[in-house]
Design a binder for this molecule. Structure first.
Ligand code: NAP
Length: 267
């Protein structure tokens, strides 16, 4: 019997088969979870529907997370379909490309608002609706990145949004704890996805992280495994945490000299 047998949940943020949310969906499906999906815009429906079908899900609803009415509607439909929910995955982020490529000090006011709204406030907005359909407690998971705590050139305003997201995880964990609803984040190492390709220099950064991290680069499956843990019953006393699933990159303070190009002048 799977770890998620009898458990039902919503997943926000599948854009295609490379999405981190899709890695999580597959991991939960393998454990018997019943899944519902929400995607950003009509254009994605034809990509998300077949993926949902492959994990026996017929709940596929459009939702722009910047629109409160759209969020209300998804939860109304989810309640009608599932009754109650046990988990929620928030794997949504966006910042205007010009704000990711400009100097950080040139970040526009509007770009800042959009990045924080889509990438951070949306977690609070989803948690508010989720708490009303989790009468038996539940687990909420979001995705963050190391650029929230250390400067990652090119990540720019998204780093600020992720810092706010991580703080929101802690405040939500405090607020929802008495209802036995846990809120955690996975800080994932870089993975080639649609969103990641919007970050300037991503390809080089992927290569760099892979060479510094003790375990090398991570995969969608690695994130799925950790999500299974944090969302499931093995983590019933863990909340407000940011779990690194980054091959160990965050523990490193310098590149291993053995991996540097040889420089005879320094001998
Ligand atoms: P992805 O496949 O492109 O997923 C990002 C999702 O966010 C897409 O489905 C996107 O839809 C959705 N989204 C954007 N604006 C939205 C809106 N207004 N309403 C609803 N959905 C919206 O990329 P991903 O890398 O898997 O990203 C998932 C999460 O992991 C993000 O929070 C990301 O920051 C985080 N993360 C990624 C990495 C990485 O290296 N890939 C590392 C650490 C953390 P559209 O495609 O229609 O915009």
């Amino acid at each position: 019997m799977g770890l998620f047998e009898g458990k039902k949940g919503l997943i926000f943020g599948v854009a295609n088969k490379n999405s981190i949310a899709w890695g999580i969906a597959q991991a939960l499906h393998e454990e018997g979870a019943e899944l519902g999906f929400s995607y950003a815009g009509e254009i994605l429906r034809k990509r998300v529907e077949p993926l949902a079908e492959s994990v026996n899900s017929r709940f596929v609803e459009e939702c722009d997370v910047t629109q409160d009415e759209a969020i209300d509607e998804v939860f109304r439909r989810a309640q009608a379909r599932f009754g109650s929910l046990d988990f929620l995955v928030h794997a949504v982020a966006f910042a205007p490309s010009e704000d990711l490529s400009a100097r950080f000090s040139d970040t526009s006011r509007n770009g800042f608002k959009i990045a924080l709204d889509v990438s951070c406030y949306s977690l609070i907005a989803l948690a508010k609706r989720a708490r009303d359909v989790m009468p038996n407690g539940g687990s909420i998971l979001t995705l963050t990145y190391f650029g929230a705590e250390k400067v990652t050139p090119g990540y720019n305003v998204m780093g600020v949004a992720k810092a706010a997201l991580e703080a929101s995880v802690r405040y939500l964990a405090w607020d929802l704890g008495p209802q036995r609803i846990r809120v955690n984040a996975i800080s994932a190492g870089p993975i080639k996805t649609l969103a990641a390709s919007g970050v300037s220099g991503f390809r080089k950064s992927l290569h760099y992280v892979g060479s510094v991290a003790p375990l090398g680069n991570v995969t969608q499956e690695n994130i799925g495994d950790a999500a299974r843990f944090l969302l499931g019953d093995w983590a019933t006393s863990i909340t407000g945490e940011v779990l690194y699933v980054d091959g160990g990159y965050n523990i490193m303070g310098a590149l291993d000299p053995a991996k540097m190009d040889a420089d005879p002048s320094t001998d």
